[in-house]
Design a protein around this ligand. Structure first.
Ligand code: PGA
Length: 261
């Protein structure tokens, strides 16, 4: 795991954007796995800026989102379809046919989930999976106790996650209970993972994921056995890491050619 600690969320997001931009330069038809939530907003903003400057091109890129709320159609204002359109897709030159977000209205969720996995495989697999992390260590919506080998499926949100997401819904009672999410096993098949975490609320989960034992009780800890993981943190999210100075030292002393790629 490569732990990249930056002073601010803006600086950490700029590093993350550089990693994405480099990939798209090397592989213009890359497949990206994308998250929603507060965390990736600065990254999306930076990628939009780079696109406007002509430094990234999404024309041949394919995307798969991690998750969606059950019962929300693509036009629902709180759906992750809407979130992605609003915060990213409508600002870039991605082709709509290359965009995939789980179908919250799927009548048969298990059958849809199998299809989603097949679509990922048919696209050649995910080159770079971008991830946020929940305060409980969830990645995607794989809540604690999710199998580390899980695949795309329905999940019931933990009470804390519903509380954390209440701000997006104008009240906890409006937050759905169920989601469709890629599994941890699905995420682990991506060729590279890039996890972002900002703010002190994430520091406990981040410390567990990076320096704790691998456990289903902190789903992000599964990334310890992924061969290529980068974790971009701001100072507050890194506050629980015992080896923060070591990670900073390693990042500062990498050969220039190896940075952010
Ligand atoms: P957040 O959520 O970015 O809104 O904090 C992260 C997550 O739940 O993965």
């Amino acid at each position: 795991m490569e732990i990249i600690i930056q002073p601010t969320a803006e600086a950490a997001s700029a590093v993350a954007a550089e990693i994405v931009a480099r990939l798209l330069c090397e592989k213009p038809d890359a497949v990206l796995g994308l998250p929603t939530g507060q965390t990736p907003l600065l990254l999306y903003r930076e990628l939009i800026r780079l696109y406007r400057k002509g430094q990234v091109d999404f024309r041949r890129v394919t995307t798969f989102n991690l998750d969606e709320y059950v019962g929300f159609g693509s036009k629902h204002p709180q759906s992750y379809h809407s979130f992605m359109r609003e915060h990213f897709f409508r600002h870039i030159n991605i082709s709509q046919k290359n965009v995939h977000v789980p179908d919250g209205m799927a009548k048969n969720i298990p059958a849809f989930s199998v299809r989603y996995e097949k679509m990922i495989r048919a696209a050649g697999g995910i080159d770079l999976q971008i991830l946020g992390i929940g305060a409980d260590g969830h990645i995607g919506f794989n809540e604690p106790s999710s199998s580390l080998a899980s695949r795309t499926r329905i999940k019931t949100l933990a009470p804390q996650t519903r509380k954390d997401n209440a701000k997006f819904f104008g009240g906890e009672n409006k937050v759905p209970y169920h989601v469709i999410t890629m599994g941890i096993g699905t995420i682990m098949e991506a060729r590279q993972c890039l996890l972002l975490a900002f703010g002190g609320k994430k520091s406990h989960a981040v410390a567990g994921a990076v320096e704790g034992a691998i456990t289903a009780m902190n789903p992000a800890s599964a990334l310890q056995v992924h061969p290529t993981v980068k974790i971009c943190l701001d100072k507050s999210a890194a506050a629980g890491l015992q080896k923060a100075d070591y990670y900073r030292w390693v990042y500062e002393n990498k050969p220039a050619w190896q940075k952010n790629c």
